[in-house]
Write a protein that binds this ligand. Structure first.
Ligand code: NAP
Length: 264
């Protein structure tokens, strides 16, 4: 006991300084906030998005505030482009430490809608299958990293369900299943695989919902009584990406203002 007095309990790093981080869908919302937060913490950020101009804008914002970022146009549903961009990012960074699978869009129709099958296929491809593409492309590089981290963005729709959103809800449940399976599969490699489940957040996806409906919904359904902000999700992502989070794997972190656990 005496010998332990004054000894540091842990030397695990709580910093991502110098780490190379690839964020998909980083041109807006949660991805943009994640790019900013990691850059603020000294990481080198690959800002990727479907829309080249949005990715360019975010990378420019980050560099204007002293951060290190570079933009890539990347459609995560395009397997060849994913492979190409991940390779370029790893060459740019010298390594790839963190992959944040964030890109997404709303996807849903009532089950008997004429377009159901088309929406289902597109939704599952974008919100679930695309994650296997980025992970497969990134894996050889993550294996070289000292503390490889994969953070997949699911949703409270990954643990519950809403009407007319079957593709989205099924995909987000699938993201948690994928996360858990890969956490077990990759455990020995030191790469952790976790999910973040945002509740209702002010971003592009929710921008069409009138503000008064958001306020009403949040007062009824969310214990903290408001929509969340993108940076509140980014903080959850950063936590899971820290070298010190080395014993957290296969977890689905709810960042939802308490919405999921509310009974009344
Ligand atoms: P957002 O502001 O719309 O951001 C999503 C980003 O993904 C956009 O920049 C979008 O680009 C991009 N994207 C869409 N399709 C893409 C593709 N095929 N390849 C690459 N990028 C693509 O919405 P967000 O809320 O931040 O969404 C981020 C993640 O959080 C999504 O996975 C979403 O499902 C999840 N989420 C959000 C909430 C919420 O309430 N906001 C709740 C739970 C989970 P374009 O704008 O050019 O289409």
């Amino acid at each position: 006991m005496t010998g332990e007095v004054g000894r540091r309990l842990s030397s695990l790093s709580r910093s991502v300084e110098g780490h190379v981080v690839l964020v998909t869908g980083a041109g807006s919302g949660i991805g943009r906030a994640t790019a900013h937060l990691f850059a603020d913490e000294g990481a080198r950020v690959a800002v990727t998005d479907l829309d080249a101009a949005s990715a360019d804008d975010v990378a420019a914002e980050v560099t204007a505030t002293g951060g290190d970022a570079r933009a890539w146009a990347l459609d995560v549903t395009d397997a060849a482009a994913v492979q190409e961009v991940v390779t370029e990012v790893a060459a740019w960074g010298g390594v790839l430490d963190v992959l944040v699978n964030n890109a997404g869009a709303a996807a849903g129709h009532p089950i008997d809608h004429d377009d159901f099958e088309e929406t289902w296929d597109l939704g599952i491809d974008l919100l679930l299958t695309s994650l296997t593409r980025t992970i497969r492309a990134a894996l050889p590089h993550l294996r070289q990293a000292a503390a490889g981290r994969i953070v997949n963005i699911s949703s409270t729709e990954g643990v519950g369900g809403s009407a007319n959103m079957a593709a989205y809800t099924a995909a987000k449940h699938g993201v948690i299943g994928l996360t858990r399976s890969l956490a077990v599969e990759l455990g020995e490699s030191g790469i952790t695989v976790n999910a973040v489940c945002p509740g209702p957040i002010h971003t592009g996806i929710t921008s069409a919902i009138p503000e008064e409906m958001k306020v009403k919904f949040a007062r009824r359904a969310v214990p903290v009584r408001r929509y969340g902000e993108p940076e509140e999700i980014a903080h959850g992502i950063l936590h899971l990406a820290l070298p010190a989070s080395s014993y957290i794997t296969g977890h689905a972190l709810l960042v939802d203002g308490g919405m999921t656990i509310k009974n009344n």
